[in-house]
Design a protein around this ligand. Structure first.
Ligand code: KG4
Ligand code: ZN
Length: 377
């Protein structure tokens, strides 16, 4: 059974891409370009090489999860220092996997924002130095644009236009995506993001950091319908979300069941049942609103991006809902749901192909709304 399986970020992965996704050049009359992607917006150093003719050539990731685990969250200064330590060896390993030298790259794409300022600066300064040394263009990519376009790395891939559900630790948003840089926001969370709700509730249940995958794993062991949690805003009639009340409802439920003794007094079975009901509540709301977005726009393709997209119960339910409408859901590979360099290399390549990026300048934008990203031509 698929339900409730969790994705645990690998500590470090390096892999060459599966053949199959042919890249994006088929739609453009231009020679194939090889773009290095650099992602350092938070606690993952992600590096990849994307070839506009052959697709993804190689990617590697170093996750800092173990580094931050003792603090229960990401410590910005530690994150920056670790990016500094990892980035050059990871770039060398990725290029070696791709069978390329630095000189064979055509452009460098990096995450310009949003994210942690110090962490972003590591990727930005490495990208700028490389671009300067190689005489190649440097493209600043919006992190969320990377997530939104990441399903284009899969085979088969969606075509524009589509509806995108972006569900990460910082965002829960529905977009109508008409093309590169043409993103219309359909709905947003009014408070906590879905991933944030997973993480906070996991903490409440005494689960280790990072909480989302741990909670999903626990939900797998739980049974149905012993507890009932609210489905916030499911009947609001709009496409917005709210998840902070759900976390409070779990807190109230734990207090009712365990009294002053707290979570430690709950049996493993009760904790698993609560986890399962929490996951069901979040998934019910996300699936209902994503289906509404398909109905309202008339589109048949739904793309899911961001870390919560790794949740297999969400995948199963969205797939069923889209199929019921004669539509289809596109998920990035699990490895490309959470932060990674491949999505940045791909977004950079699409910007390069469109000539909407380029130049030798660089900067970071720790706060940057996706609506400010220019449309591609
Ligand atoms: O996209 P992402 O890697 O980072 C950003 O927030 O940009 O997403 C991370 C979020 C975290 O909140 C994490 O708990 C959640 O995705 N997550 C999951 C699962 N795997 C990761 N949430 C639920 N189920 C999962 N299997
Ligand atoms: Zn992200």
């Amino acid at each position: 059974m698929l339900a409730g399986h969790a994705f645990t970020k690998p500590k470090s992965i390096a892999a060459t891409a599966r053949p199959g996704n042919p890249g994006i050049r088929s739609t453009r009359r231009m020679p194939a370009m090889r773009v290095l992607g650099i992602e350092t917006s938070c606690d993952e150093t992600g590096i990849a090489v994307y070839d506009t003719g052959r697709g993804l050539l190689a990617h590697a990731l170093h996750s800092q999860v173990a580094l931050h685990a003792a603090y229960g969250g990401v410590v910005p200064e530690l994150a920056s220092r670790d990016h500094v330590r990892r980035i050059v060896p990871l770039m060398r390993a990725t290029l070696s996997d791709a069978g390329l030298t630095f000189a064979q790259l055509d452009a460098i794409a990096y995450t310009e924002g949003p994210g942690l300022a110090g962490a972003l600066l590591v990727g930005a300064s490495v990208a700028a130095s490389l671009g300067y040394a190689l005489g190649k263009p440097v493209i600043g990519v919006h992190h969320l644009e990377g997530h939104l376009l990441s399903p284009l790395l899969a085979d088969p891939k969606p075509s524009f236009p589509f509806v995108a559900l972006l569900v990460s630790g910082g965002h829960t948003q529905l977009f109508e995506v008409a093309g590169v840089g043409r993103y219309a926001l359909l709905g947003d969370t009014l408070d906590d993001a879905a991933g944030e709700a997973f993480d906070k509730t996991a903490k409440l249940l005494g689960l280790p950091y990072p909480g989302g995958p741990a909670l999903a794993r626990l939900a797998d062991a739980g049974g149905a319908s012993r507890y009932r949690l609210p489905r916030p805003m499911i009947d609001s009639g709009d496409l917005d979300f709210s998840f902070s009340g759900l976390k409070t409802a779990v807190l109230t439920l734990v207090r009712r069941e365990a009294g002053d003794r707290g979570i430690a007094a709950l049996s493993p079975g009760s904790k698993a049942d609560i986890a399962r009901e929490f996951q069901a509540a979040v998934v019910d709301v996300l699936v209902t609103k994503a289906a509404m977005a398909l109905d309202r726009t008339g589109h048949r393709q739904l793309v899911v991006a961001g870390g919560v997209g790794a949740n297999l119960e969400l995948r199963r339910r969205l797939t069923a809902e889209a199929e019921r409408r004669g539509g289809r859901v596109y998920f990035p590979d699990i490895a490309f749901c959470t932060d990674n360099g491949a999505m940045i290399a791909l977004a950079g390549a699409l910007r390069l192909a469109d000539d909407a990026g380029g130049g030798l300048g660089f900067g970071v934008r720790p706060r940057w709304a996706l609506a400010e990203v220019p449309a591609a031509h």
